[in-house]
Design a protein around this ligand. Structure first.
Ligand SMILES: [Zn+2]
Ligand SMILES: [Zn+2]
Length: 144
């Protein structure tokens, strides 16, 4: 079923490898405090995929996960602590961090949760106050 080109990804140490197939549903930047506090970075560059497009190729037993809320199950490598992906079970989507799959040409289309941003990115892309309407948000666009 999931035909198309594939993208290889791995954690920082390489104990965990994954393969993503096809094209992402969406790409962009998340500015929410959860992404920032968990990643210790000012913004998360995401690529969203159908869960069936994401396959763990190596080291599934090395993956740990943490769900602060039911919306996001965050996964990382137990050996190196490198982040891998976040499952969004209620949305039916998986965020494979853009940095995890460097061969994917990252073409961001949107910023989400911009009302929480600490790093302003004036790149001309739409700045969703929270998330788009089709994802259950307000759909409201903020100024850069
Ligand atoms: Zn690792
Ligand atoms: Zn976020």
């Amino acid at each position: 079923m999931a035909e198309g080109r594939t993208y290889q990804g791995k954690c920082f140490c390489g104990d965990v490898a994954l393969i993503v197939t096809g094209e992402p549903v969406a790409m962009g930047y998340c500015h929410c405090s959860s992404c920032r506090e968990w990643s210790a970075g000012p913004v998360n560059a995401f690529s969203l995929w159908k869960p069936e497009a994401v396959r763990i190729a190596k080291g599934a037993d090395k993956i740990a996960s943490y769900a602060k809320t039911k919306q996001s199950v965050r996964k990382w490598c137990k050996t190196c602590g490198g982040h891998l992906l976040t499952e969004h079970p209620l949305l039916g989507l998986t965020d494979v961090y853009a940095a995890t799959i460097p061969s994917l040409a990252f073409k961001p289309g949107v910023h989400v949760h911009y009302q929480e941003s600490v790093l302003k990115l004036r790149d001309g892309l739409p700045k969703q106050k929270d998330v788009p309407k089709e994802m259950g948000g307000s759909g409201e666009i903020l100024a850069e």
